[in-house]
Design a protein around this ligand. Sequence first.
Ligand code: NAD
Ligand code: ZN
Length: 351
Amino acid sequence: MKGFAMLSINNVGWIEKESPVAGPYDAIVRPLAISPCTSDIHTVFEGAIGDRHDMILGHEAVGEIVEIGSEVKDFKVGDRVIVPAITPDWRSLEAQAGFHQHSNGMLAGWKFSNFKDGVFAEYFHVNDADMNLAFLPKEISLSSAVMITDMMTTGFHGAELAEIQMGSSVVVIGIGPVGLMAVTGAKLRGAGRIIGVGSRTACVEAAKFYGATDIVNYKDGDIVKQIMALTNGHGVDRVIMAGGGTETLGQAVAMVRPGGVIANINYHGSGEYLQIPRVEWGCGMAHKTIKGGLCPGGRLRMEMLRDLVLYNRVDLSRLVTHEFKGIENVEKALLLMKDKPKDLIKAVVIV
Ligand code: NAD
Ligand code: ZN
């Protein structure tokens, strides 16, 4: 079969590989829609997880089952499924401890396009189908459905990690697709004021649509000063980091109030350290909590998010600004995610 792969750092291209086969608990899926992630950009063009050779890219897909393992109970060939970016080993101690994202090793629940071939191929393999696939109903479009697999679960996780309460004031740093879903999750959890930090017109418009009450442009100068000015010098209760470089942690520490929570869902793809400013962190005594997490995956999570879409609580169609037809266009879609033109939020390829 053909797959679109990372050949080495900075190099991508089409390769031929053996088609995958299903073990007793697994499924083989043919993608119906796929989407490149900014994380693919960190992986390929920044070498963020080290070198990979001939590894098929992509971890955002919905598809149709073409082969099913003998022990799989709930799914059959022909079913249309949502495939989470994170497909953990549910029989692991980390999963029992509540952190399936790290099943059998830190970040190891993230398999596709990390240490296993991804979804930009004619076929791909899904471990533990009963636990990692979710049914995709006809009512949800393919391009919206593929946004559930990573963008929605990640952005919503930002809102969860930030422990947003009713009326919390929130800053979301970075309003690309992940940040936009953080805005959406914050609103659903009852945030009061939501300040989005971003610059591209498409993202700013979408942030307002999803619930941002204020926008700060990081190109207009120091975002800490801008947010302090907006909040009469008090700062905010919660900060979700969903874009920008390593400097954003220091900015988040400076703009969050004592007792506040910072939730990072950004993938820091370069640099050796993230730095915490000592004074703004109350010399270590400010009760400012810093958390960070990989998005949750698995079937239950996908089904719960899917129902938010199915019952019209969340409209994912605003995320998809570029739609291609034909898997051969996946390279174009990936390069769009690298170049980030002003009108782009997210690109989808309908296979
Ligand atoms: P994106 O590049 O589309 O969006 C990030 C936004 O941040 C951009 O719109 C950019 O304008 C803005 N930005 C850049 N510099 C900034 C600054 N100094 N201050 C504020 N904003 C700034 O990316 P995305 O697709 O939305 O993904 C966001 C991050 O989340 C990426 O690093 C991605 O790899 C990561 N990610 C993490 C997970 C996870 O599980 N935690 C999952 C998916 C993606
Ligand atoms: Zn991703």
